[in-house]
Design a protein around this ligand. Structure first.
Ligand SMILES: NC(=O)C1=CN([C@@H]2O[C@H](COP(=O)(O)OP(=O)(O)OC[C@H]3O[C@@H](n4cnc5c(N)ncnc54)[C@H](O)[C@@H]3O)[C@@H](O)[C@H]2O)C=CC1
Ligand SMILES: O=C(O)[C@H]1O[C@H](OP(=O)(O)OP(=O)(O)OC[C@H]2O[C@@H](n3ccc(=O)[nH]c3=O)[C@H](O)[C@@H]2O)[C@H](O)[C@@H](O)[C@@H]1O
Length: 437
C-alpha cells in the first residue's frame, strides 16, 4: 500500500518508518527542507533508540522516501497521515494552524478518492474543521472528488517509540465510512496479527480518547507526587506505598513513580488543552486543573529541596545530571531541568550539566549560560551539590568514591529516587530524595 505521512517529527518519522517496515511504501513529507535533506543522506533529526537502523534499512529497500512536496505524492497514495505539531496557543488551547494547513493542501491537490487521517493530538471537533477546509478547497476548484477523514491518535512514548508503534496495546481509530474502516484495518493488521486490537469508534470519541489517556497518565503522576510530598511530612515511604497500591490490579504498577514532575511535549500541553476544551464548553475540569498545578509545583521540588539542604546557592557550584524530560530521548520540551537551571542561575549559582544525549539540544535552547561537561564525574568535579533530574541507566550505578573525592561539598538531591540513601550517607553525603527529608 502507498501512503504519505505529513510531518516528519517524533510521531511522523516513527510511524512512517514502522509502516515501511511492514511492507508499505511510505513517503514522509515535511516543510522543513533541512530535516528532509538530512534524512535523505541518512542523518536522523531526532534521537530515538533503534530508529536510525530501521530508517536506513527501509530507505535502502526503496520503501521509505522523503520529500518537502506533498502535492507531487498525492496521486500515488491511498492514505495521507497528518502528524504535524499541535503546540499550545497562548490561552492553552491546541494551535491547529499546521493541521489546517495540511487540510488546505490536501483539498487543493487531490485528484482521486484519498483518506486524510489525523494522527496529531487534536481537540474534539477538529476533524469537522479539517473536512470543511478540504471541501472548501475542492469547491473552489469546482472538483467533485470524494474523500474521507479519519482520526488515529498516537500513543507511543518517546524513548520507546519503535516498540510502542510495532506492538501497540491498542490502536484507536475514529471513522465515518466503511471504506475508511477497511483501509485502516488493512494498514494495522500486520502489527496485530495474533490479536487485532484496533478499536473503531466515531471520530469525536477517538479525538477525546487521546486527551483522556494522557490526562489519566498525568493524573497518576501528579497524584503520586502529592502522595510523596505527604509521605515526606508524615514519615511514610513512597516507594513502599507505590508497591502497595500498584499490586492492586485495579490500580496497576505503571506510571506511579514520584519524581521531579512530568515534562515532554505532550502531557503539559494536552492537559492544558483539555482544561481549555472544558472552558470552551462551559465545564470546569477540576481534577485536571489540579494535576497541572501540582506538576508546576513539582518541577521546582529539586531546587526547593536543595536550598532547604544547603541554604543559599549564590556562588555555589551545582552539578546537574540529566537534561532531557525522560531517559532515551534528546527532547527537552517542558523538561523540569530547565525550570531548575533557571532558578539556580537567577540565584547566582554556577551550573555544570551532563546528559548522555540532550547536550546539543540544551545548548540550542539556553546557550552557554551553564557549563557542559564530558561525563558524570567531570560534571561533579568541584561541585558543592549534585542534582539528578533524569534517570538515565548510566546514572544508576556511579562510582561514588570518585564522586566523593572530586566534589567540593557533599549535597545530593535525587529527583528520581534511584540512589541508595544508606550507601551515600555512609560516604558522608547529605542526601535527599522525592518523598523523604
Ligand atoms: N512526541 C510524541 O511522543 C507524541 C506526539 N503526539 C502528537 O503528534 C503530533 C506531532 O508531534 P511530534 O512528532 O512530537 O512533533 P514534531 O514537532 O517533532 O514534528 C512535527 C513536524 O511537522 C512538520 N510540519 C509542520 N507543518 C507542516 C506542514 N504543513 N507540512 C509538512 N510538515 C509540517 C514540522 O516541520 C515538524 O517536523 C502532536 O500533535 C503531538 O501532540 C502524539 C503521541 C506521541
Ligand atoms: O501524547 C504523547 O506524546 C505521549 O505522551 C506520553 O509519552 P512521553 O511524553 O513520550 O513520555 P512518558 O514516558 O509518558 O513520560 C512523560 C513524563 O512523565 C514522567 N513520569 C512518567 C512516569 C512516571 O511514573 N512518573 C513520571 O514522573 C516522565 O519522567 C516524563 O517527564 C504518553 O506516555 C504516551 O502514551 C503519549 O503518546
Amino acid at each position: 500500500m502507498n501512503i504519505a505521512i505529513v510531518g516528519t517529527g517524533y510521531v511522523g518519522l516513527v510511524s512512517g518508518t514502522c509502516f515501511a517496515e511492514m511492507g508499505a511504501t511510505v513517503t514522509c513529507v515535511d516543510v522543513d527542507a533541512n530535516k528532509i535533506n538530512k534524512l535523505k543522506v541518512g542523518e536522523m533529526p531526532i534521537y530515538e533508540p533503534g530508529l536510525e537502523e530501521l530508517v536506513k534499512r527501509n530507505v535502502s529497500y526503496g520503501r521509505l522516501n522523503f520529500t518537502t512536496n506533498l502535492t507531487e505524492v498525492l496521486d500515488d497514495v491511498e492514505v495521507v497521515f497528518s502528524a504535524v505539531g499541535t503546540p499550545p496557543d497562548e490561552d492553552g488551547s491546541a494551535d491547529l494552524k499546521y493541521v489546517l494547513a495540511v487540510a488546505h493542501q490536501f483539498g487543493q491537490s487531490i485528484n482521486k478518492y484519498t483518506i486524510l487521517v489525523t494522527k496529531s493530538t487534536v481537540p474534539v471537533g477538529t476533524a469537522r474543521k479539517v473536512k470543511a477546509v478540504i471541501q472548501e478547497e475542492l469547491d473552489k476548484r469546482g472538483a467533485d472528488i470524494s474523500f474521507d477523514v479519519a482520526s488515529n491518535p498516537e500513543f507511543l512514548k518517546e524513548g520507546a517509540a519503535i516498540k510502542d508503534f510495532m506492538s501497540p496495546d491498542r490502536v484507536v481509530v475514529g471513522i465515518e465510512s466503511k471504506k475508511a474502516e477497511e483501509v485502516m484495518t488493512k494498514l494495522y493488521q500486520p502489527f496485530l496479527l495474533q490479536n487485532f486490537r484496533v478499536i473503531f469508534m466515531d471520530i469525536p470519541s477517538a479525538e477525546m480518547t487521546k486527551y483522556a489517556a494522557n490526562a489519566m497518565l498525568a493524573t497518576r503522576i501528579s497524584f503520586m507526587n502529592d502522595i510523596a510530598n505527604l509521605c515526606e511530612r508524615v514519615g511514610a515511604n513512597v516507594d513502599h506505598v507505590r508497591k502497595g497500591i500498584g499490586a492492586d490490579v485495579r490500580i496497576g504498577q505503571k506510571f506511579l513513580y514520584a519524581g521531579c514532575g512530568y515534562g515532554g511535549s505532550c502531557f503539559p500541553k494536552d492537559v492544558k488543552a483539555l482544561v481549555h476544551t472544558g472552558i470552551e464548553n462551559g465545564y470546569h475540569m477540576e481534577v485536571i486543573e489540579a494535576v497541572e498545578r501540582v506538576n508546576d509545583r513539582q518541577k521546582s521540588i529539586v531546587y526547593d529541596k536543595l536550598t532547604r539542604l544547603m541554604g543559599d546557592v549564590k556562588g555555589k557550584t551545582i552539578a546537574m545530571l540529566g537534561l532531557a524530560f525522560k531517559p532515551d530521548t534528546d527532547d527537552m520540551r517542558e523538561a523540569p531541568a530547565l525550570v531548575v537551571i533557571d532558578k539556580l542561575l537567577k540565584d547566582g549559582a554556577i551550573v555544570r550539566v551532563f546528559d548522555p544525549i540532550a547536550m546539543l539540544e540544551c545548548k540550542r535552547r539556553i546557550g552557554e549560560v551553564v557549563t557542559y561537561t564530558e561525563n558524570l564525574y567531570d560534571c561533579a568535579d568541584g561541585a558543592d551539590a549534585l542534582l539528578l533530574m533524569t534517570e538515565w541507566r548510566q546514572f544508576r550505578l556511579p562510582t561514588w568514591n570518585v564522586i566523593q573525592k572530586v566534589m567540593t561539598d557533599k549535597y545530593i538531591v535525587d529527583g528520581r529516587n534511584i540512589w541508595n540513601r544508606a550507601e551515600l550517607e555512609e560516604l558522608g553525603f547529605s542526601y535527599t530524595r522525592i518523598g523523604e527529608k
